[in-house]
Design a protein around this ligand. Structure first.
Ligand code: ADP
Ligand code: MG
Length: 292
């Protein structure tokens, strides 16, 4: 559907040494769900801009011109207009035939579970509903590729889940390919493919499951930083996040050690390894990449 070949992009201020996107090659197929994951400044938004056609790459080749719609970090709707008015105006501007607009709107409002709010002003909606209305708006042109830049930032878990359900329906009913930039690993876990970005390069690409399988450990034990010394797991992979220290090892070693610590009244938690562990290990010394 769209292929990027060896794409690079610098901004005037990023300097010659570190382009915002560097040597990225990528193929997106119909109906696919891709997650772009990486620290702030790793090039997620720039890559979305290139896919959207709003940013021209300095180098490289783009093959394929699918119909693209974009959902930006801030809701792109007029708060004084209703959901229906916003969607209708957007559809007209982008050339959707007038006799199709109503039917498309009704169908998308159902997918967004916004049918009963269609004639409410956007300004009166909660953040989660406004976000779904914004995605509805973007879907009015029947995009083949829907790009979303951190669409759930600031939403509570329930609203976040509702946005994801909507995206899943769009993918099923309309075979829309979705590229989602996020720093939430739990969101990326549901993608078909995760692209880990660092300093504008794709450093890893695959399913969340394959990344976790490559970790070399299946389970994780965590303790507060103050209790880390008490942990006796010499073969474990050790890493930290916030005030916690994590030990990755086999499920059996973790269980045995958790029991031993529990006997000593040391509070521990154990769980299966997940994408957040992959990320923490990959980026432990690169928490933020925004150039000062
Ligand atoms: P992300 O979305 O992952 O946070 P961005 O694509 O926004 O990353 O940014 C990648 C790099 O490009 C960063 O170093 C950022 O500071 C720089 N950058 C992004 N947009 C601009 C811009 N409009 N002008 C100059 N530099 C920019
Ligand atoms: Mg961004």
């Amino acid at each position: 559907m769209i292929e990027l070949h060896n794409i690079s992009k610098s901004y005037a201020s990023t300097g010659r040494s570190r382009p915002a996107v560097q040597g990225v090659s990528l193929t997106i197929r119909p109906g696919e769900f891709l997650a772009l994951v990486g620290p702030n400044g790793s090039g997620k938004s720039t890559l979305l801009g290139i896919l959207a056609g709003t940013l021209a790459p300095d180098h490289g080749e783009i093959i394929g011109r699918p119909r693209v719609s974009v959902v930006l970090q801030t809701v792109a709707l007029d708060p004084l207009l209703t959901i229906r008015e916003n969607a209708t105006i957007f559809a007209r501007v982008f050339g959707v035939p007038g006799d199709e607009i109503d039917q498309r709107f009704e169908s998308l409002a159902r997918i967004a579970t916004l049918s009963d709010r269609a004639d409410d002003r956007v300004g009166s909606l909660s953040g989660g509903l406004a976000r779904r209305a914004d995605i509805l708006r973007a879907a009015m042109t029947r995009p083949e590729l829907l790009l979303l830049d951190e669409p759930t930032s600031g939403l509570d878990r329930t609203s976040q889940a509702a946005v994801f359900e909507m995206l899943e329906s769009l993918r099923k009913d309309h075979r829309v390919a979705i590229v989602l930039a996020t720093h939430l690993l739990s969101e990326a876990e549901s993608a078909d493919r995760v692209l880990l970005l660092r300093q504008g390069r794709i450093i890893r690409e695959g399913s969340a499951e394959s990344f976790v399988a490559e970790l070399g450990f299946s389970h994780v034990l965590h303790v507060t930083a103050g209790d880390a010394e008490a942990v006796d797991l010499p073969d474990a992979v050790k890493y930290a996040r916030g005030g916690e220290v994590f030990f990755g090892d086999s499920s059996e070693a973790i269980r045995t050690e958790a029991d031993r610590l529990f006997e000593q009244d040391i509070p521990v938690a154990t769980r299966a390894a997940n994408l957040a562990d992959v990320y923490d290990i990959e980026f432990s010394s690169h928490t933020s990449e925004v150039s000062a």
